[in-house]
Design a protein around this ligand. Structure first.
Ligand SMILES: [Zn+2]
Length: 414
């Protein structure tokens, strides 16, 4: 679907979407309210009255874009401009006296350019057309930045690129010659053989199995495992397999690349929240939390697999992992991940302690190692290969329904 500047469409579900561009859209053309607004120019004043906007980021602000935003009052306002190539999400702000004095909230989000490695370039969100959820003013909202009188426009230099102190690499890429750049591109293409369009962990992939998604946060989401490990004991206690994946929204091979140059605290915190929520849910059904993850620079899309374990199997976890690892030359040690470490397998035990093994790029690492060992621990070795654990669509739907029902009270995103 192509949406030209100034055009407005309404989806069958009742969402109204519009976009703007400088030449083809003046604010006098804008009509009515919209749910989602797209553009490449940043509205004047949008970075005022808020925290967290990187001071080193230099952006050209446009008053025409502000005019359009003021008129259309979008619930989500997305801006993406390859010149700035920055991800930034403003704190929400509300409008007064809209729709018969109902309040309305705008979320402004700038996305980086398509497939940018270190910056988020897509955004997943829930929008409910029947109930205006945004009418509930979020706790972190600010005063409407458009409602205050603007100071004179910030002068812009010729070089209006981003100078991001946290990311010196970007500058070096901007400055390097086209020749090196294309060389680099070719190299990147080789490494990233799976792009987000064909990645089964990327929400931007239209073919992703949405029936398995069970919770969506800001930086991570939760999905049931495809072909899950199903232990009879677990299922009788929990009512579903409970084997889930914690997946970052960003298409990155390691957790380190996810937090590189950005606000790592936010990512770590949300992942932790999912871990705690799952732990609490399992515990309510007499089960224990075990998770494992593989971080490899040439990996595709990092994620953490979480599997609930019945009490009588807990004492087997550490010894079985160490023993099975030894057979394959995977030396699991009772330690944390070293700061500088990027390539490793990590197992988290029910008491939150971790077993870690470094995995060099030169050695081949069995990606099914974690699952295979968990199958041994749970006494269901025949389920070692997930491809042999095919579920029908209705089985998947039932599992997801049962899981969500139990997770609901612990899900912090609801
Ligand atoms: Zn991906």
């Amino acid at each position: 679907m192509y949406l030209g500047p100034g055009e407005k469409i309404a989806t069958a579900g009742g969402l109204s979407i519009s976009s703007y561009g400088k030449k083809s859209y003046s604010d006098s053309d804008a009509e009515g309210l919209v749910d989602i607004l797209f553009g490449s120019d940043w509205p004047l004043d949008i970075t005022r009255l808020t925290e967290g906007f990187p001071g080193s980021t230099r952006v050209n602000y446009e008053s025409y874009a502000k005019g359009i935003a003021q008129k259309l009052k979008p619930r989500y306002h997305f801006v993406s401009n390859p010149r700035y190539n920055v991800f930034w999400e403003r704190q929400p702000f509300s409008w007064e006296e809209v729709d018969n004095s109902q309040s309305r909230v705008t979320r402004f989000i700038s996305l980086a350019d398509f497939q940018t490695k270190d910056q988020k370039w897509f955004y997943a969100f829930k929008i409910d057309v029947t109930i205006d959820r945004t009418a509930l003013t979020p706790a972190n909202s600010t005063t409407n930045p458009y409602s205050v009188t603007s100071p004179p426009k910030r002068p812009m230099g010729e070089f209006d690129n981003i100078w991001d102190e946290n990311n010196p690499e970007r500058l070096s890429i901007d400055r390097e010659s086209d020749k090196t750049r294309s060389k680099k591109k070719r190299k990147t293409a080789q490494i990233m053989s799976v792009n987000p369009e064909s990645c089964f962990f990327c929400l931007s992939n239209p073919k992703i199995d949405r029936a398995l998604i069970s919770s969506i946060g800001e930086e991570f989401y939760l999905a049931l495992a495809k072909g899950p490990l199903i232990s009879g004991q677990t299922k009788s206690q929990l009512g579903c397999p409970g084997h889930v994946l914690i997946i970052p929204m960003s298409h990155v091979p390691t957790y380190k690349s996810l937090t590189f140059g950005g606000d790592s605290h936010k990512f770590i915190l949300e992942k932790k929240k999912y871990e705690i929520a799952l732990k609490q849910m399992y515990s309510e059904h007499g089960l224990y939390y075990v998770s494992f993850e593989i971080n490899r620079k040439n990996g595709v899309h990092v994620h953490t697999q979480v599997i609930p374990v019945p009490e009588n199997r807990v004492p087997l976890i550490e010894s079985t992992f160490k023993e099975e690892g030894r057979k394959l030359g995977i030396h699991l040690k009772n330690r944390e991940v070293h700061d500088e470490e990027e390539e490793y397998f990590k197992l988290t035990l029910p008491d939150s302690s971790t077993l870690v093994a470094s995995i060099g790029t030169r050695n081949r690492f069995d990606l099914q190692f974690g699952r295979r060992v968990m199958a041994i621990i749970l006494g269901i070795e025949e389920q070692s290969d997930w491809r042999q654990c095919f579920q029908t669509e209705s089985e998947e739907q039932t599992d997801c329904f049962e899981f969500k029902k139990r997770f609901k009270t612990f899900d912090f995103t609801l």
